[in-house]
Design a protein around this ligand. Sequence first.
Ligand SMILES: *[C@@H]1O[C@H](CO)[C@@H](O)[C@H](O)[C@H]1NC(C)=O
Ligand SMILES: *[C@@H]1O[C@H](CO)[C@@H](O)[C@H](O)[C@H]1NC(C)=O
Ligand SMILES: *[C@@H]1O[C@H](CO)[C@@H](O)[C@H](O)[C@H]1NC(C)=O
Ligand SMILES: *[C@@H]1O[C@H](CO)[C@@H](O)[C@H](O)[C@H]1NC(C)=O
Ligand SMILES: *[C@@H]1O[C@H](CO)[C@@H](O)[C@H](O)[C@H]1NC(C)=O
Length: 387
Amino acid sequence: MKPTCILLTLSTFALFTICVGQNVTCVHDAYPPKPSLKIPTYTVNLDLPGRQRWVEITGAKKVEIANLLAVLKKFLATFGEIAEKLINFIDEKGDKFDETLPQPFADEIQGIADATGLKLGEVVLYNIFYEVFTVCTSIIAEDPQGNLYHARNLDFGLLLGWDNKTDAWEVTEALRPLIVNVNYTRSGKVIFKAVHFAGYVGVLTAIKPGLFTLSMNERFGVDGGYIGVLEWIMGDHSATWMGFLTRQTMENALSYNEARNMLVNTKMLAPAYFILGGNKTGEACVITRNRLDTRDTWEIQDAGKWYILETNYDHWKAPLVIDDRRGPANKCMKEMTQQNVSFKGIFNVLSSKPVLNKLTTYTALMSVKSGDLETWLQYCPDPCFPW
Ligand SMILES: *[C@@H]1O[C@H](CO)[C@@H](O)[C@H](O)[C@H]1NC(C)=O
Ligand SMILES: *[C@@H]1O[C@H](CO)[C@@H](O)[C@H](O)[C@H]1NC(C)=O
Ligand SMILES: *[C@@H]1O[C@H](CO)[C@@H](O)[C@H](O)[C@H]1NC(C)=O
Ligand SMILES: *[C@@H]1O[C@H](CO)[C@@H](O)[C@H](O)[C@H]1NC(C)=O
Ligand SMILES: *[C@@H]1O[C@H](CO)[C@@H](O)[C@H](O)[C@H]1NC(C)=O
């Protein structure tokens, strides 16, 4: 296919040349990455009161959290008056706002404010932010023995400040130092593991060893999340925050089916894609959520048979031509073949450009059978796609 290139301007920050229809080169030698790209693991003890649970993690990362918040505010302000008003509102009325959040999350957020010395409103804002800006690729694949592997790239920071000195997204850069693995324990036992940005109490990527795995990808454009947030501010608290729903699912569901029912049936503040894997062959699906109901549930049998893959577009529609990570990821999966499904094989797919791009913060690899969660920081050396 002959590549077509277009020149794109993003506000006043940056000029990009985006080419579509290029040959994608799948990489084969990205795994294992350098040991320095591995991230630390912390413990969150669910037997502790909410206020104490995140003290260790957010105390250790308080400089990084304050830095991200500063970068965020700077760029949210460029979205104009409404964004600015929302920031000021939450900043000033943060205490009241936190009280409206369900437990244990309200207490956990208060505890993070205490541990970091940030204003409660700022930590609330920080937690809301993750509900609306995540762009990603998630894959669940079965090896020939029927063992399930679940992996994801977390891309974050689109349109949030291109730094023309470093050729990188400022928010994405500020996020990488915050990435941690968390062992959630009860009575001294690990009940699930998740990848977190320190200071955010919701779950975006997680594994319940032996039972199921979950990742969340943002769904844009349809009845967007900000409407839900505004409804919440106006006093309608009947819907659930996405990150709280995923965490409750990880804490409480005891099987793939139970997790699936929670994710399909709970009214939410914002639309989303949930990518859910079970513990045996055939148990993998992509749940396409509207705010209030489920638009579609796509089964692995109806997708690639031995794998299912989701980026940020409804699977029955074509992705935006200037943001096609789905086509390249499918190409690399097919080239890899089912024979090579493993941490190594999938990590290579997720490290092939533009599946890997300048927004990619980490790649997480999960094996439900072994219970392993490996998270690696990702950087995309030039030449690289901005998203
Ligand atoms: C970076 O952007 C600023 C303002 O947007 C501009 O003044 C400056 O010339 C740019 N620098 C480079 C190296 O393009
Ligand atoms: C893409 O790959 C095909 C087949 O391998 C080749 O014929 C073609 O020249 C390549 N195009 C570009 C732009 O590299
Ligand atoms: C997290 O849990 C795993 C077992 O699932 C264990 O091997 C690891 O040492 C734990 N890490 C920490 C920091 O507790
Ligand atoms: C798989 O999950 C089911 C619950 O859905 C559980 O009963 C079963 O023990 C799990 N299998 C393994 C091998 O852990
Ligand atoms: C996949 O595995 C086969 C052997 O099972 C090997 O020959 C081939 O090189 C592998 N391909 C990739 C892309 O890793």
